[in-house]
Design a protein around this ligand. Sequence first.
Ligand code: SF4
Length: 401
Amino acid sequence: MPVYSVSRLGVYETCPRQYRFQYLDRLEVPEVETVERFLGNRVHDTLETLYKNIRFGRVPSLEGLVELFREAWRENWHDQVLIRAPDLTAEEYRRAGERQLEGYYRRYAPFDRDHTLAVERRILFPLDRDGGVWFQGVLDRLSRARDGLWQIRDYKTGQYLPSQAALDEDRQLGLYELGVRHLWPMAGEIELVWHFLAHDLELRSRRAPASLEALRRETLARIRGIERDETFPTRVAAHCETCSYQPVCPAWRHREEIAASPAAAEAVGWVDRLAELKAQKQAAVAELDAEIEALERRIADYADAQGLEAVFGTAHYARISRGERFHYPLKDEPGREELEDLLRRHGRWGEVAALDVRALPARVHGGEWPAELVDAVLPFESREETVTVRVAKRPDAGGSP
Ligand code: SF4
């Protein structure tokens, strides 16, 4: 039985094909480790050691803590760590990690405001009532404050600072709260706490039982959507840059094969010629469009000046008609919401609203709709195979796009 996690769901949402490679095919590939992830792992290692020492009453000095971090950095560093920012060095990232820990130490030493119940603790819990879907996670730290309040703490080392509203909806710690409540039903109030170490900031949130229940249902619906997926499409975007599955991914594999396979090398010429023809076609269409527009304007002006409704050629004639085009605010344009409200209030919305069938596939297969609704809609769906060949600039080709 598969065990789900926040990162597993995140991989599917980023790219379903990567999900298939990683969790279903379980392909073994060397992982790309970015320096940001490396830094995060070393800070987590250091905080884990700190809190394990504190259990035995051993509070290291600030220098001692920084030395622990440096040691973990030295021991784990390897040449494959990917630094994408061309103007930053590994040394600068290491110093950034040290500063984060220094700030944390100064804010919380001597670390006696709460009692640590668990650190880097893996939790496993059922997400549905009959135990058919299990979820797992790792709590960075679980603590109990002096007033008895339980706190699920998460350490963030990145620069990104989410809004309070986003944290109040955060899926990861919300799901962890479900897990903590399952494992320790005696826990009363629970607080979710994020430490944004790069900003020396601590942000908090609490969840009402109804919002936890909604999160549980929504996550189950998402999992059912994943389990229904049969195609696991690729999703090509900037994240491909750090994806370890590029050599086997149908969206990128050809690039790797060009040097080794004559058939793959031959296809290079086809794409080059196609790109050339498409560019020529685009230029020709633009030129024709401009000429057509200019002639239409000239004929309409002539017809106006002569009081004509039609102008004749040898075998064709051009009929000129004038009218008015009405415009109402489109989706996302100002006034759209007010207009919709107005029509609803007058009971006329149904006369002008239409079912958006182009929006349906994403809803039906996106995992957000309840299974009963999806099952009821599916009999109306039919499929037809389509083939589209788009030509784009290679990301590694350089030059202007
Ligand atoms: S390379 Fe890109 S498209 Fe291919 S599996 Fe990885 S993330 Fe998905």
